[in-house]
Design a protein around this ligand. Sequence first.
Ligand SMILES: NC(=O)c1ccc[n+]([C@@H]2O[C@H](COP(=O)([O-])OP(=O)(O)OC[C@H]3O[C@@H](n4cnc5c(N)ncnc54)[C@H](OP(=O)(O)O)[C@@H]3O)[C@@H](O)[C@H]2O)c1
Length: 170
Amino acid sequence: MKSEMIISMIAAMGSNRVIGKDNDIPWHLPDDFKYFKESTKNHHVIMGRKNWESLPHKFRPLPSRPNFVITRQDNYQADGATLFRSLKDALSKAEEMGEKEAFIIGGGEIYREGLSFAEKIYLTEINGTFQGQTTFPEFDKEQWIEVSREHHRKDERHQYSFDFVVYKKR
Ligand SMILES: NC(=O)c1ccc[n+]([C@@H]2O[C@H](COP(=O)([O-])OP(=O)(O)OC[C@H]3O[C@@H](n4cnc5c(N)ncnc54)[C@H](OP(=O)(O)O)[C@@H]3O)[C@@H](O)[C@H]2O)c1
């Protein structure tokens, strides 16, 4: 897709690439949530139907951001979100609305599809391995360059240390 709009993905994953377990996130890292919120605020966020359902009711829709949800279901209800039949349709709509940077926010299926559209990945790399069936897709490090990395220590509020990493497509 040729576009003026930047297409980004944002995710947090364990060192074994796990991002989710039983439709939930298997860690609690408040400063990563804060980073997610600050990075995506006032931008379109695009997510799969399962990710939408995994959000606690009080965070749904994610405030101050147009929430776009992808589903193949005809009669799906997602109060406060706009539904799309494909990631491509959702991205086109975001661009039409004048978005400058759209965020694909998961889950696993949507990240897999998103990899061919994305030019930027904001990835929180957590120093821990986790149980869970949902993973972040492998991406070719020849095609993606790391442009920044900021370390966050383990502390009383964070059971694991992690790095906020940004990758850009060559
Ligand atoms: N750690 C992180 O950064 C992070 C971020 C986000 C989510 N998560 C975790 O990821 C997990 C959810 O991920 P997931 O892979 O199970 O599901 P998902 O990607 O959130 O959603 C999958 C659903 O999206 C719809 N979909 C996917 N591709 C489509 C297409 N091409 N066209 C139309 N609809 C399409 C389908 O909905 P229908 O079945 O309704 O058709 C499909 O069942 C949860 O555990 C969540 O906590 C983690």
